[in-house]
Design a protein around this ligand. Sequence first.
Ligand code: ADP
Ligand code: MG
Length: 636
Amino acid sequence: MNAKQKNLLIRIITAAVFFVPLYLISEGIIKTSLPGWAVFALFLVPYLIVGHDILRKAFKGILNRQVFDEHFLMTIATLGAIVLGEYGEGVAVMLLYQVGELFQSYAVGKSRRNITELMDIRPDYANIETEEGIERVDPDEVEVGTVILIQPGEKVPIDGIIEEGYSTLNTAALTGESRPMDVKAGDEVLSGSINMSGVLRVRTTKEFDESTASKILDLVENAASLKSKSENFISKFARYYTPIVCYAALALAVIPPVIIMLTKASMESYGGMGEVWADWIFRACTFLVISCPCALVISIPLSFFAGLGGASSRGILIKGSNYLETLSQVKTVAFDKTGTITKGNFAVTGVHDSSMDDAKLLEYAALAECNSNHPISLSLKAAYGHTIDPSRVTDVREISGEGVMAVVDGEEVVIGNEKIMKRIGLDAPRCESVGTIIHMAVEGAYAGHIVISDELKETSAAAMKELKRAGVERLVMLTGDAETVAAKVASETGLTEYRAELLPADKVKAVEDLLAECPSGHRLAFVGDGINDAPVLSRADIGIAMGALGSDAAIEAADVVLMDDDPMKISKAIKIARKCMRIVKQNIVFAIGVKAICLILAAVGIANMWVAIFADVGVMILAVLNAIRCLFVKDI
Ligand code: ADP
Ligand code: MG
């Protein structure tokens, strides 16, 4: 509990201690000879103790011409009750209202803290070596290229490359999975992971603000500010609802007494006209108490917030509550192949038609690819296995979805698929091997091809099954790779459709066609690894980047970021979104339903103020507790 909450708690207790004996006196249970004005004055003490801030806020609202808010409702209702001589009800309503406020602020604060704890990746310090020994500094002050020391048990504060040492890293806080990762000199380490065993000396490659941990935290913190339709609905609703309720209450206070006065009907049950007015004004006050919309106003943003927090604790970053809403309606999922469904670790399975030594061809391939991040490029470099001297390579041009052109040792090298060969006027020979065929040309002459093949990710097939079970109707793979490879992957994983040999622009077109085929209310998600599919990620209703840990481009372009590359997380994200939306809807129906019933009961005079305040605070507490359920997504 923070100081503000403690203060409110003390005020509530003090006011309650005053209130209880006074209430017993006013009900005649304790007999005293106090005059009426003294009882009134005494009731004002707990009323002001517990409610002074509400009165002040209501008054400020009136001054700022923002009259209709819940503070105004509470002020009018409780003052109305007190003026009518129902001191007990007036004070009790204020007291219980504040109990509700306290509970709500505690619950919201607690779930916020839970979420930040789940996302416990903010590094507090970095160790740098100085002449006097190791010094702890603020990670913000560490410059790029500094060597930092990471002891076992410490968090990696800044992204960098290991210079010395080996260890096992725990990336659970980033990915939501505790799969330990072995690292050694030369490997990249990401901030937010925890060093479990050895001492590491790491040369930083980024500033603190640009490091993975900071980026992720920014993303999570900003996510709550992108409002979803349901949230906008609620704030619009509150804007119209409160004034309507206030005028309805006014009508309830004035119209029936006037009718009674004019017609003299049903006067028998009243002592006189004064009593008629008092009765209806009191009903109007009760009506106001019931109508307070706090349950919705509080619980809906909280549900989204908890949903986003729960998801991020599982390694699924969702960039705004609007995306939770879209995600819950996904019925078509389009996938990139390489790096998304397959591992993107290609193994070289053959070198054919080579016009030079096979090893030499591979060396040229690796050199030409020296700047590319494409999974094919990374695999060719890995297959080559030697360090690459970049000064041997000039004039590099990468053509998305086709390949790379570069000058290696003064010779023009072109590497990629048939399309890039056609570009330089060469007809690539057909190859019967199943796999991705990487053709090469040197100095404008065909020089051979390297056959590489990728493996499916272990969970790809299971992930498709899960998606189908979650009600996703179409699973479409869009790939730049050859037809034969696409067909094989599609049948092995259980995709419903595939389109092969697409350029990045064709992928955008394919997504547009799929979007046009979606019936209204059905959404399309595109899942990619962020490498050359940023345009598609942004064209889909919702772009999901997977394996995005450390890839800035993907984190920028996508709406949902899956930190590790497990395709099972796609269905998980959809299920989390559905759960969250279900809870939001439950709260809307429940809160509006209970209010509507109570309002009718109040209008006809059955519900008194006690019922009203219990309904209000009760609904609020239940709605908030329900909202917090969004946080629990472990076993989804
Ligand atoms: P995917 O849809 O499988 O992710 P891409 O659109 O990234 O495929 O690439 C399509 C094809 O273009 C690859 O299968 C490959 O033949 C060729 N290609 C793309 N980039 C490169 C590269 N850097 N080196 C060689 N070939 C490439
Ligand atoms: Mg790709």
